[in-house]
Design a protein around this ligand. Structure first.
Ligand code: SAM
Length: 228
């Protein structure tokens, strides 16, 4: 088991740096427009997209969010994000477990396809809450039972609210944290002062991404809209 999940990603991006294809698919995730509409409804303008990676979602967010910030642990991924958003996003290379932003700096924080890859889910959520203003939102997706990563990975631990899987293939190791029992996960969020405002369920199919998911695969995720 890799001790530090950020290392899995910096290595994946680094190995991929000379490839023509980005590491992740290029199209935004299917629920990005739903999130944008939600943010507009609340007039949220200053937004942090945490673990933005190569910016496949930022390229869509930047068209309607006036003040978009993006951070990631991978410098290489953020360079692609800057290109894709034509420099319209303020990027910062940082570790999500210790964000270099002020308390309450953002109207909302978004983290897509990334909380699942960090073993320290609680620590990262606390950081997202800290940098989000009171009354603002923390929005993220996570896989649930029925997602292919469950059947193609090994279950390492089941803590009730969360389950930890590891996908290992051809030398690559990727952590997948799943939401286990949803009511226990909701209780965990409330213990941090996060109130769930809305949950939507999404299922979609992704093509292989040659660097770490070698076959076409089905996703089943929930998108959590939580109020600080
Ligand atoms: C699956 S990618 C998702 C990227 C982007 N959100 C997307 O949907 O394409 C996961 C991202 O989390 C980032 N990451 C992993 N661990 C991190 C950490 N400790 N601090 C900051 N970013 C991290 C990786 O570098 C990677 O860009």
């Amino acid at each position: 088991m890799t001790e530090y999940t950020g290392k899995q990603w910096t290595e994946l991006y680094h190995k991929n740096a000379n490839e023509e294809e980005p590491l992740m698919p290029s199209e935004p995730l299917p629920f990005v427009d739903e999130i944008t509409a939600y943010l507009n409804e609340y007039d949220h303008e200053t937004i942090l997209e945490a673990a933005a990676g190569e910016g496949r979602n930022s390229q869509r967010f930047v068209t309607s969010i006036p003040d978009l910030h993006a951070c990631d642990i991978s410098k290489e991924a953020l360079e692609v994000c800057t290109e894709r958003t034509e420099g319209e996003v303020t990027t910062r290379e940082t570790d999500l477990r210790n964000l270099p932003y002020d308390d309450g700096q953002f109207d909302a924080t978004i983290m897509l396809d990334a909380l699942t890859h960090l073993r320290e889910v609680e620590l990262v959520l606390r950081e997202l809450i800290r940098v989000t203003t009171e009354g603002g939102h923390v929005i993220f997706n996570m896989p649930v039972e029925g997602d292919d990563a469950e059947s193609t990975s090994e279950l390492l631990a089941d803590w009730g609210a969360l389950k930890e899987y590891e996908y290992r293939k051809e030398g690559h190791e990727v952590t997948y944290m799943f939401i286990g029992e949803q009511d226990r996960f909701t209780t965990l969020l409330s213990s941090f002062g996060l109130q769930i405002a809305q949950v939507t369920t999404w299922e979609w199919r992704d093509p292989p991404h040659p660097q770490y998911r070698l076959e076409e695969h089905d996703h089943k995720n929930i998108v959590v809209y939580a109020r600080v």
